[in-house]
Design a protein around this ligand. Structure first.
Ligand code: FES
Length: 542
């Protein structure tokens, strides 16, 4: 079968691909990051590309101009050499690894109780290194840590390359069921190699003595090449919740010949080692007070409990909190709106932007803050629809419906369908929280402490999160923020075998609650599908 070269512009990445394969497949092979929320079914409209050079297809062309055409990459077959440019809808925001954690000593900065340096993996000398890794459905984060003194010496972030098979875990499981398990495993393993080398910089990656990986149960299955299909059965039946360590070399990862890879155990098909690492990092396993831990990722994961017991559940929040699924969404990075205020008198809207400068997009925390400000000012109604109070100069209409302009050129805007996504996401999380807390009955404990984790950096606006009905209306002083509980828990596990053992022991006290088994969950969800809630009284759970 003939093969054709597909080149991506402006990145210059290219690949050879067999006749008849899709452009989305070419992007995967070329390692060109591309949004594909629906996993290539032609349903999400994200994978838009412009054909700059080569034969323009006859069919399924969304827009045709002289010499170029806009098409969906997943529905377009390659029949000759092509040069294509991913359009803004298809682009993933750039991830910059930065040096946020360099120099941090996890045992001093993150340990919930005093922990001695006693690495889970062998350490024989000052040059020995270990890796802590968080495998998220959307992003991967890696820390390289000097084992002799527990200092972070390197870090790397990357998108999960499996994203081209869909934005959520179900899409990935379906892809694995269709025969892509090996490909999914290889993609994640190769991405980790690149990250480990990037984090090592001038250090010798051959000095890596071992890895600790936290992730949801699906991600761990895919990493290890285990069939994940049982996870989505009812009841959920993962192959295992705790796996024995495997050899790093077997995964193709750099390090000593005998370097092991530990994975943090999970508590149920939908409650993985990522959330448990975060809960123990928050101190749950030794806490007398009953606390709430909420991880706001693509999967909203929630734990409610203390040292004696914990209930855990997961709800499908979608990618809105990570800036995904939002027309002008981006990561909490330079140029992202992260706060908003509206003057009720004169209707002036003021936006704060990370790093100052012009508005480039809207991150998850900005979306929450903006929705809260708009609702308070009466610019959007309880369903998130624009009202007549939106000043005409801010109102935008286009193929996506109506929106409120956020940038002077109106290219960055909040669309009504974005607020609808946010309301669905926040309703799923809030209904999950209420269902867990209420399942203990009227005399059960209240929320004495609450921890929120997620990819918000330092930017989550807690009053706004409470204001839109995402989080319970308890005194704000009870809230704490954990940047990335999964990654921090993995780092603590790497440096303290006691901490790793504590997670494994705490798993036995965790009861997984399948929200679909709770008769009241859908009622809670419907009640929470408004701003801030159908019955604002129900927001108070303290
Ligand atoms: S339309 Fe969703 S991936 Fe192409």
């Amino acid at each position: 079968m003939p093969a054709h070269r597909v080149q991506f512009s402006p990145s210059g990445r290219s690949t050879l691909i067999t006749e008849g394969a899709s452009l989305l497949r070419a992007a995967e092979l070329a390692s060109e990051p591309m949004r594909a929320e629906c996993g290539g079914r032609g349903a999400c409209g994200r994978c838009l590309v412009r054909i700059l050079d080569g034969q323009v297809p006859e069919y399924r062309v969304l827009r045709r101009e002289a010499g170029s055409a806009e098409v969906l990459a997943c529905l377009t077959r390659v029949h000759g050499p092509l040069t294509v440019q991913p359009l803004v809808e298809a682009q993933l925001p750039k991830l910059v690894s930065g040096d946020r954690y360099i120099g941090v000593q996890p045992l001093a900065a993150w340990a919930p109780w005093p922990l001695a340096l006693a690495p889970l993996v062998e350490c024989h000398g000052a040059e020995d290194l270990g890796v802590a890794l968080d495998i998220g459905t959307t992003t991967l984060r890696l820390l390289l840590i000097r084992l002799s003194d527990g200092t972070i010496v390197g870090e790397a972030w990357a998108y999960n390359p499996q994203i081209s098979k869909g934005a959520d875990v179900i899409s990935r499981i379906v892809a694995a069921e269709k025969g892509c398990l090996g490909e999914l495993a290889a993609a994640i393993r190769e991405a980790v190699v690149a990250m480990a080398l990037e984090a090592a910089g001038g250090l010798d990656p051959g000095c890596i003595r071992g890895y600790v990986v936290a992730g949801n149960v699906t991600m761990i299955h895919l990493l290890l090449g285990e069939d994940p299909s049982g996870i989505r059965r009812v009841p959920s039946e993962p192959r295992a919740l705790a796996f024995s360590p495997v050899d790093a070399q077997g995964l193709g990862w750099p390090g000593r010949a005998d370097a092991p890879v530990y994975t943090v155990p999970g508590a149920g098909g939908w409650v993985g080692g990522d959330i448990l690492a975060g809960a123990v990092r928050a101190g749950f396993s030794r806490a007398a007070e009953t606390a709430l831990y909420v991880d706001l990722g693509t999967n909203g994961e929630i734990v409610f409990g203390n040292a004696d017991f914990a209930l855990a559940c997961a709800c499908s929040a979608g990618p809105a909190f990570e800036g995904g699924g939002i027309r002008c969404g981006m990561r909490a990075d330079r140029g992202a709106v992260d706060g908003a205020a509206i003057d009720a008198e004169n209707g002036a809207m003021e936006l704060s932007v990370i790093g100052g400068g012009s508005v480039r997009g809207l991150c998850g925390s900005g979306l929450i803050a903006l929705a809260d400000a708009l609702f308070r000012a009466g610019w959007i109604d309880r369903c998130g629809r624009l009202t007549a109070r939106v000043p005409v100069e801010r109102r935008v209409e286009g193929k996506w419906g109506v929106a409120i302009a956020l940038s002077t050129d109106q290219r960055v805007a909040l669309w009504e369908r974005d607020t609808a996504s946010l309301i669905r996401a926040k309703a799923a999380v809030f209904a999950g929280i209420r269902s867990l807390v209420e399942s203990l009955g009227a005399g059960g404990p209240g929320i004495e402490r609450a921890y929120v984790s997620g990819n918000f950096g330092r930017y989550l606006n807690l009053p706004a999160a409470v204001g839109i009905g995402l989080l319970p209306d308890i005194p704000l002083g009870r809230y704490g923020y954990i940047d990335n509980g999964s990654l921090e828990g993995a780092a603590l596990s790497l440096l303290s075998s006691q901490f790793f053992a504590e997670i494994a022991a705490y798993v036995t006290r965790v009861t997984y609650v399948d929200l679909s088994d709770l008769p009241g969950y859908m009622d809670e969800f419907v009640g929470a599908s408004f701003l801030p809630h159908t019955s604002p009284d129900l927001l108070r759970m303290g």
